[in-house]
Design a protein around this ligand. Sequence first.
Ligand SMILES: *[C@@H]1O[C@H](CO)[C@@H](O)[C@H](O)[C@H]1NC(C)=O
Ligand SMILES: [Zn+2]
Length: 564
Amino acid sequence: MPPKEIEPLLGGDSSLYNAKPKKTDKKKIISYAVHVVTLGLLVYLFFFQTPSKAEEAPSLDPSKKKNVIFMVTDGMGPASLSLARSFRQFRDELSIDDILTLDKYLVGSSRTRSSNSLVTDSAAGATAFSCGLKSYNGAIGVTPDKKPCGTILEALKLQGYFTGLVVTTRITDATPAAFSSHVDYRFQEDLIAQHQIGEYPLGRSVDLILGGGRCHFYPSTVPGGCRSDARNFIQEVQESGQWNYVGNREQFDQLESGKNVSLPLLGLLADTDIPYDIDRDSKVYPSLAEQVKVALTALSKATENSDKGFFLLIEGSRIDHAGHHNDPAAQVREVLAYDKAFQEVISFIDETETDTVVISTSDHETGGLVTARQVSENYPDYLWYPEVLLNSKHSGDFLAHKIASFASSASASGKKSSALDKFIRSEILEKDMGIKDYTDAEVDLIKSKAHDVGNLLYVLNNILSLRSQTGWTTHGHSAVDVNIYAYTNSPAIKKKLFSHKAYEGLLGNHENIEIGAFMEAITGVNLEQVTKLVQKTEHSPAKGKEELITEQGIYGDEFHQKIN
Ligand SMILES: *[C@@H]1O[C@H](CO)[C@@H](O)[C@H](O)[C@H]1NC(C)=O
Ligand SMILES: [Zn+2]
């Protein structure tokens, strides 16, 4: 028997599915085909300008000083780029050939499956890059038979490179963890934090950490802390002088864009995630681009008199979260924030004299996003409405919390439900979301979930997706191929990069592990040797914790941890 599909798939109420959104603007979106042709042309021009120089390129010397910058757009598929590109063209009144910075550096695409599923999670996805091997969903720097595998970050650190991790989610989350720790399951974040500060056979492998995720660095007795033991790493590492710690925007600003950094630097700027860019208060949290600037400046300064460069991992972590939430308004802003960070890296590469390469890719797609949606039984018009995303000023997650907190205070103060009704209509739907054509049924549905943030955000995001005619097929991940972008100032690296052969370069379509292999090849490291050095790492969950694996599932807990 096939599984019964919930109808409608993601909305929560079938009556909403038939609501035909009002057309708010005559300005229709020029067809998808134009973008495809434009992009195709750019890719064509990009490649056909280069070969004569590449042919004369010197051969690659793995031991030559170089910087390797690896960037991950967690959960960003091709449709996210279409969405963000068209959104920005609409917002800034740009021409249809205006593209993202990323678009200019497209070299290929990556196949993303893990060792045990056609649909990967971020843990197996990141392990494919960091260890250069396929492992199972949930695996953090371990092989399919749960043995720690040496990572590119560890290998380069052992060679004398400086290393950094910059993210917008918890630093203990899957992507940064798979480069800097080894555990059987991604939920072992207490142990991941322990490895990251240097308590494992290699000692400290990371020189610079910037992101969120204080939670697993201090005990649950401290507000915001969530370690299950009593250890307070933030206090310990400062007292022992092992790390310089930065914990808020004011201290971050004292880093002076990276010119005033003493490594090693532990910068944890939020207990869990740094807020979505659409919600981010810039007085409280830096942008991803600002974090990247600090990291690039600090790491290049630290290596200026060395014969080794640096390895930096940068993750646009929350593109994935917006995908899980099916939130198109939050996602376009996440993609644009990442694009700015990417531009920061390109500018760095254009200015530095050290051979530097950046590779940017996704671990997988999230949400099954498509830039079209049939919203009635009638044959659909060919369009979608970016203005709907522009009118919305916050993420569904933020607004769901806002409604829930109003609902609790209203019930505590004994206010009638009419106060909540009015709040939802005028404050949330009209003011925050910019929606005027909401129905009573939609208001009632929001009210019915006012205390259920996890489902409420789905409802709000669906109201928005419906009106923008943005389609989602899942709250999880999908198996669609994702893009690979790359740029370098080194002719030798460029020549290798632009080979289409498997395990040679990254031009065309490649398996995700080839990206790990590429970083190994250009730096000449041997991950198997590192694997021997990390064999004794403590990596298994504590007895009694194994049941989490079956209870929550490896796919499920990723999302639920995030909204909690
Ligand atoms: C540089 O950093 C130190 C702390 O490491 C701080 O005391 C000092 O104020 C910073 N300098 C500036 C100009 O922000
Ligand atoms: Zn995800």
